[in-house]
Design a protein around this ligand. Structure first.
Ligand SMILES: [Zn+2]
Length: 743
């Protein structure tokens, strides 16, 4: 699913909570010769690891990647369809061909498709029926495929409503507030919102809360279309008849099968009723349309001229409507059924720590062909697996177990990953070291990542060891150059701790939601990351997210698919083989301090500054920093001791090894400690106290979610309680690290 790159870029520019840690960047030229020991490896083992990684990185190839993507995108493969099943079998069989054990795992989940194409018509001032079809393009052969699913929003209700139309801009709470100010009420009306700035499920929720009877969502050319550049097939951007499908599940309440929150959707599991009011789905009809169709609805609107910020990219002044002049009928008919979906689970058994798992995941289901979203990621996973397969042929085994998850039903609502996580929760809590997600791996050349701060250094280090195909520099260097160019001037000067290094570190974002890391991190507390190469991607969730688009615009030479496989595999090999886990909780502590300070500023602006215990939070963050540094020192000592005693394999060696295991386990458990079994306020499925999708942002992260929400709600009691719970969570993490270190 994963928001397209524009949104990611905006986030990049607007959120700067990351504290720039000072690391001297190594140039790629330096890596070969005087390479320092890799984090977590003894000096003696580090060179062997580097050689192993280089052998791995030599395997993925453009021609082979092209072939996987060609096969995966031959037909549309929406979750639960026979075509989707065929992709599952393909992935399973490829993994087996590479010498990796792989099985299908199925679930029975509530999955809607449109029963009939939606009807949307202008009833007044004149009757016009909208087309709601993406044009067949002679330049893109697959655009005429019979099995392309009609435009719809997953989990839209079935409904038939006729009402005056109101234009609500992005459909954010503030947009409705702006409308109220000019006396425009949406109660009993149909609303039309543009995509962007919030997850579409949030738009549905907010429309419902404001009393709208139906919602139309369109792609405005100002955000997604010709304003960005040439449209497909002449360029990569969204053409006039194209619209964005997508789920409107209330992911921010809980993801996964709506009928089985917290439990796996397998035979015998008790299920909620489909009309249960607590389900994570809208009660109103919701429909996506193109800007070509939206124009027919927006142009005749009367009523007040738009408030500030409401004007979009269509060539007329936007009015907000709401009068009887313009009436619209929306009729949706959805087919809600319990259907089967198929994950593929692959496994390479660890040689020494079988019960410690490094999990790699990507979803496989797509709204149409899914060339970018998600099968560029599936392709990267298969090339990575082919690389590991070559290593296996030389009798290599990873220290820890590596698990591959090819998830199904992600587009409908992170269903395959969520059900698998819920099914294996107890085991994952004990054994999962990290979860590495790659959804849309390639839509261009620009590397980006989001993760918990623990993994920042590791991601940067791996990016230094992979070559960027376009520039010939390291992926890290290209990323850092862009990161720097994108940073506002003011920030460059005031962030400067005096060196270029401090301001130039490539930025890694916080994890919100919108892809399969959510159940791992936010339900269980598994250290997680998400990454990919972005670009000018204007065909998101449309019929044109096709092989042809990828070959013309996204990655013509399939070289970034190779780079994606290389960086993903490098990270996995490092996490699977490092004796000491390369997790940095000092970065986490710094990030927490920034989150707290940022939150306090927001509270102060709202005159709520004294309502929660800011100092307790900052103190807990400082304790975490101190403990993290002591753990680092302990790890250095114990690694040296192991190196020292290895030839003798004596008592001292055994003691050091046992000590290392305790520290490693504490590094894994510290992230778990940041979860609270009670969950977040009114959304118990979300356990993590630091990261969750915002209730009103959806995809974007809202760090310290309960505290931020309480401040937004101006609720003092809730703010106090949230601050206490977050402080407790950080203290638990501190205690876990201290116990692991043993002194
Ligand atoms: Zn996706």
């Amino acid at each position: 699913m994963k928001a397209p790159v524009r949104a990611a870029l905006a986030l990049f520019l607007t959120i700067n909570l990351a504290c720039a840690t000072i690391i001297t960047p190594r140039t790629s030229a330096q890596t070969k010769e005087a390479a320092p020991a890799l984090d977590g490896f003894t000096a003696g083992e580090s060179d062997a690891q580097r050689q192993l990684e280089e052998r791995f990185r030599a395997v993925p190839l453009p021609a082979s990647a092209r072939e996987h993507l060609r096969t995966l995108t031959r037909e549309p493969h929406v979750a639960g369809t026979p075509e989707d099943y065929r992709t599952a079998v393909y992935v399973r069989d490829q993994l087996r061909r590479f010498g990796i054990n792989a099985e299908l795992r199925e679930y029975q989940v509530l999955l809607p498709y449109p029963k009939h194409p939606t009807r949307l018509e202008l009833v007044a001032p004149r009757r016009v029926s909208l087309n709601l079809e993406e044009a067949v393009l002679p330049q893109d052969p697959s655009s005429s495929h019979r099995r392309i699913i009609p435009l719809f929003n997953g989990y839209s209700a079935t409904g038939d409503v006729t009402a005056p139309l109101v234009y609500v801009n992005y459909g954010l709470p503030d947009d409705y507030a702006a409308l109220k100010k000019i006396n425009v009420d949406v109660k009993g009306k149909l609303v039309i919102a543009r995509y962007g700035r919030s997850f579409r499920g949030v738009k549905a929720k907010v429309a419902e809360e404001n009393g709208a009877v139906g919602l139309v969502i369109y792609s405005d050319p100002a955000d997604d279309g010709y304003t960005q550049g040439d449209v497909y097939p002449n360029g990569p951007w969204r053409p006039e008849t194209s619209a964005q499908r997508g789920s409107v599940m209330y992911l921010f309440q809980y993801p996964g099968d709506p009928l089985t929150p917290g439990t796996p959707a397998v035979a015998g599991t008790p299920r909620l009723k489909q009309d249960d009011p607590t389900l994570n789905i809208p009660r109103i009809p919701v429909q996506p349309i193109s800007y070509g169709d939206a124009r027919l609805l927006l142009e005749p609107l009367r009523g007040p001229v738009r408030p500030a910020g409401f004007q979009g990219g269509l060539p007329f002044a936007y009015h907000v409507g709401g009068t009887e002049d313009v009436r619209v009928r929306l009729k949706t008919e959805m087919d809600f059924q319990i259907r089967t979906i198929w994950n593929v689970i692959g496994r390479i058994e660890g040689a020494e720590e079988r019960d410690r798992w490094v999990v790699l995941g990507n979803h496989r289901d797509a709204w149409t062909f899914g060339a970018v979203d998600p099968n560029s990621g599936t392709t990267a996973m298969l090339e990575l697996a082919r690389g590991f397969g070559e290593l296996l042929k030389t009798n290599w085994r990873p220290r820890r177990t590596i698990i591959f998850g090819s998830w199904d039903g992600e587009e409908h609502g992170l269903i395959g990953s969520t059900e698998w996580v819920e099914e294996n929760a107890a085991e994952l809590r004990e054994k999962a070291v990290a979860y590495l997600n790659m959804d849309s791996a390639v839509s261009g050349a620009n590397f980006g990542a989001s993760s918990v701060p623990t993994l920042w250094k590791l991601i940067r280090a791996a990016a230094r060891d992979v070559r960027d195909p376009k520039t010939g520099k390291s992926v890290y260097q290209a990323w850092q150059d862009r990161s720097r160019a994108a940073r506002p001037e003011a920030e460059l000067t005031d962030a400067g701790a005096g060196t270029d290094t401090a301001i130039a570190e490539a930025r890694i974002n916080a994890l919100g939601s919108g892809s399969d890391y959510t159940p791992f991190l936010q339900h269980l507390g598994v250290t997680s990351l998400d990454m990919g190469f972005g670009g000018d991607y204007g065909v998101y969730h449309s019929a044109y997210d096709s092989f042809n688009w990828m070959e013309k615009f996204g990655d013509p030479g399939f070289v970034y698919h190779v780079a994606a496989a290389q960086i993903w595999g490098t990270l996995a090999l490092r996490l699977a083989n490092a004796r000491a886990l390369p997790f940095d909780y000092a970065d986490y502590a710094a990030e927490l301090r920034d989150f707290v300070n940022e939150t306090q500023k927001t509270a102060a602006r709202r005159k709520l500054a004294d309502d929660f215990d800011n100092n307790a939070l900052l103190t807990a963050a400082s304790e975490l920093a101190g403990q993290a540094n002591r753990t680092k020192v302990a790890l250095t000592d114990v690694l040296a001791e192991i190196e020292d005693t290895r030839p003798r394999a004596d008592e001292r060696h055994a003691r050091a090894t046992a000590r290392l295991k305790r520290i490693n386990d504490s590094l894994i458990a510290a992230e778990r400690a940041l979860t609270d079994a009670r969950g977040l306020r009114n959304r118990p499925w979300y356990k993590h106290q630091i990261y969750a999708p915002g209730l009103y942002t959806g995809y974007a992260a809202q760090p310290l979610p309960d505290l931020r929400q309480a401040i937004d709600d101006r609720n003092t009691a809730n703010a106090r309680e949230a601050a206490v719970r977050i402080t407790e969570a950080i203290r638990r993490a501190v205690a876990v690290l201290r116990d692991g270190r043993g002194n």
